[in-house]
Design a protein around this ligand. Structure first.
Ligand SMILES: *[C@@H]1O[C@H](CO)[C@@H](O)[C@H](O)[C@H]1NC(C)=O
Ligand SMILES: *[C@@H]1O[C@H](CO)[C@@H](O)[C@H](O)[C@H]1NC(C)=O
Ligand SMILES: *[C@@H]1O[C@H](CO)[C@@H](O)[C@H](O)[C@H]1NC(C)=O
Length: 185
């Protein structure tokens, strides 16, 4: 489900570019092979990096999060079928994990490579320009949200329709860092 709030940047891009230009962009556009993800949403989430803690994807101030065993920033690479592989930046117990969305709960995290559970989506992630998307059934969707945690300035990522739940902040995930890092990043 592509949210109205999320479709604006995409529609905006399409509206301001001629069809020829868009077609050119499409055919020229190659997925970034190596990238970091940054979350943008609401007033508070102004380009915080997406980071890993105990298997779950978070954004915000990673140094503020307590009560977890392993926290690390991640570098990501994309395969041709849109599998995103995370490499930890800090010294943790693992060397490689696969980015996923749970299609039963909308939870977003990092699982073992090759996890073939039918409850998680681990491929068809993509970019439109520098906006992260999921390509499913011929559609591009970007239903990223942030959900508050018990820690100020730290949110978990989730996927789904933010209208169902007032506690979710619609997000854009981009592979582009903010010009100025947000306070606490
Ligand atoms: C993560 O990416 C940054 C920027 O490209 C790079 O400088 C750093 O060496 C990478 N770290 C690891 C552990 O791959
Ligand atoms: C595979 O993913 C499922 C669904 O999220 C999870 O319950 C399970 O623990 C994962 N398995 C491994 C080995 O990470
Ligand atoms: C979850 O998504 C995967 C990949 O698109 C699909 O194969 C699977 O059937 C889905 N599972 C559920 C419970 O919708």
């Amino acid at each position: 489900m592509l949210l109205l709030t999320k479709s604006i940047p995409l529609v905006g891009l399409l509206a301001t570019a001629s069809l020829a230009a868009v077609t050119g962009l499409r055919s020229r556009q190659t997925e970034p092979s190596s990238f970091n993800l940054y979350a943008y949403g609401g007033e508070a989430i102004a380009g915080f990096p997406v980071f890993y803690a105990d298997g779950i994807a978070y954004t915000g101030d990673s140094t503020a999060l307590t009560g977890v065993d392993e926290v690390t920033d991640v570098n990501l690479t994309a395969s041709t079928d849109g599998v995103w592989t995370a490499t930890p930046v800090s010294d943790v117990s693992w060397t490689s994990k696969t980015f996923y969305i749970s299609n039963s709960t909308g939870e977003i995290g990092f699982t073992d490579a090759g996890n073939s559970s039918s409850n998680i989506i681990t491929k068809s992630f993509s970019f439109y320009g520098n906006f992260a998307l999921l390509r499913a059934n011929g559609k591009m969707s970007a239903s990223w949200n942030a959900k508050e945690t018990d820690t100020d300035n730290v949110w978990t990522l989730s996927w789904g329709d933010a209208d169902d739940d007032g506690s979710l902040i619609p997000l854009m995930l981009r592979n582009k860092a903010p010009v100025q890092p947000p306070a606490g990043a």
